[in-house]
Design a protein around this ligand. Structure first.
Ligand SMILES: [Zn+2]
Length: 296
């Protein structure tokens, strides 16, 4: 799932291609926007806000409008030379937006949200967000205050809450908490040096925004780029213990959290004493009973 670094890079790419250019057409394949006409508008800029994309447009004699999109789970934007065939294997039926300028054509695939609002109404879509980790106005102090506002909340759940800080998904949540040595289920009040955690999250996203292959370990080799994320059932790079995964947060907003039970201190779902088989791992040999986390 795209996180703040990928969305920031997408905004940069779209901005480079579209800013200052007139839209020859703007085809929005979205039920509520079928009648919208963006042709003749000039793209002012494309920026990211957390995991949201804002394409701001202006028109002579018309109000500024913002095309808002969100990539959700598997959305993406691609830029092709106008008139050239789209060199992509992506399904045509998944196209949700096509913005055409004389030189470049931007195509939005599998977008999770698409809205068109007056630019002075953007706050209706992104006003709820906490400080944008990669935004020009990044405010670590406010992010820290937001994090501390609910001291009983699991820190993994808090980091994923875009109202606390904007741009973090399950990848950076798991990686940052591994590096800080606390489990995602640790209550915020028990996290040592939460300001250091906020600073680390910013540093990780800031580093990764310039890299095509996200790496939090500093090692670019496939399979070595991350500490624990998506590595359940595999040995921890640091201690060799099997990396585990369980859910954090309350359903239906609960999300997967990967962690090393040895390198990270604090509560974990396995603290019930029941052995747990991590997703992606083989059942234990020897007939010992394994169980997934019991529902609560
Ligand atoms: Zn470990």
């Amino acid at each position: 799932m795209p996180e703040g670094d990928v969305v920031w890079r997408t905004a940069q790419r779209l901005n480079t291609a579209l800013a200052g250019q007139e839209l020859l057409s703007g085809d929005l394949r979205w039920p509520s926007l079928a009648a919208a006409d963006l042709s003749g508008r000039t793209v002012v800029e494309v920026v990211s806000a957390g995991k949201h994309l804002l394409c701001r447009t202006a028109a002579a004699g018309g109000a500024p409008l913002t095309l808002h999109s969100h990539l959700r789970m598997e959305g993406s934007w691609h830029v092709h030379a106008t008139g050239a065939p789209w060199r992509t294997a992506r399904a045509a039926h998944a196209v949700r937006a096509v913005l055409v300028t004389a030189r470049w054509t931007a195509v939005g695939h599998r977008l999770g949200m698409l809205d068109l609002v007056p630019t002075d109404q953007e706050h209706r879509l992104v006003g709820h967000l906490g400080p944008d980790v990669l935004g020009p106005g990044w405010d670590p102090q406010r992010a820290l205050e937001n994090l501390r506002a609910d001291p009983d909340r699991a820190v993994g759940e808090a980091l994923l809450d875009q109202r606390v800080l904007a741009g973090v998904g399950t990848f950076f949540m798991a990686e940052a908490l591994f590096v800080r040595g606390v489990t995602p289920w640790t209550p915020v009040r028990d996290v040592p040096d939460p300001a250091g955690l906020v600073a680390l999250v910013h540093r990780m996203l800031d580093t990764c925004r310039h890299e095509v292959a996200q790496s939090t370990t500093g090692d670019p080799r496939p399979g070595r780029r991350q500490w624990v994320h998506a590595r359940s059932g595999q040995p921890c790079h640091r201690c060799g213990t099997t990396v585990r995964v369980a859910m954090v947060g309350r359903a239906p907003q609960d999300r997967t959290a990967f962690y090393c039970p040895r390198c990270q201190r604090g509560p974990a779902p396995t603290d019930t004493g029941l052995p747990q088989r991590p997703l992606g791992s083989a059942p234990r040999a020897g007939g010992r009973r394994t169980a997934h986390r019991s529902p609560r």
